[in-house]
Design a binder for this molecule. Sequence first.
Ligand code: FPP
Length: 248
Amino acid sequence: MFFRKKSKEEVSFDKERIPRHIGIIMDGNGRWAKRRGLPRSAGHKAGAETLKKIVEYCESIGVESITAYAFSTENWSRPKEEVDALMDLLYDYLANADKNLAGRNSVIRVVGNIAGLPERIREKVGYAEAISKDKTGLILNLAVNYGGREEITNATKVLAKKVQAGELHPEEITEESLSKLMYTAHVPDPDIIIRPSGELRLSNFMLWQAAYSEFWYSDVNWPDFSPRDIDRMIADYQKRDRRFGGHK
Ligand code: FPP
């Protein structure tokens, strides 16, 4: 049993039953900044720092992968200033991947429509993925220009082209063949998806992969999210009875 006592609340969980893959919708950056009289970009910057801390902590307790929603296909409609600030943060995060990963064994992967990203970002995606090539620790999937519907649509197009070329019979299309075409095919489906800041939506995040994921919500804004919140989430997760549609 992993046991942590702080103030009056005790949080404990079984170290042997840690979720393998955690999805994170990093929400509440704007509200965090507004409460402090800061620009929204300051909230995103603080959110990127929180992600580093959470990845480090999750790696230390044995989580195998995290998929973090950093920029959705819908986020392009935000004011240009905010989009530019998010792209700059992403650029810095990827360009400094060696420092971000220093002393750790984490792997960075970018999942989403990479072709639709500016050239300077695409170049850093290649750099960050190259330097984490030989690492074997926690896989951090940064979901960027990511949309669950677009991901499923693209996978469908790939299979449709194979059918059209006579390489595949429609009857041969299976859930597995679609799963293999998802951006996250290199990791298992998420065991749990967490959304801080009190919002209760999936917002086009891992629609296919979330079929049997648990959900966990918190009122804390993402920049204030801490390892202790991860402990709480895991303790709650371990109380859930995952039946995957079956029964006992
Ligand atoms: C939603 O909060 C958050 C986003 C749209 C972006 C999330 C991005 C980061 C945490 C930083 C970028 C990450 C990396 C790794 C470079 P919101 O802005 O909608 O918050 P609000 O609902 O309070 O306004």
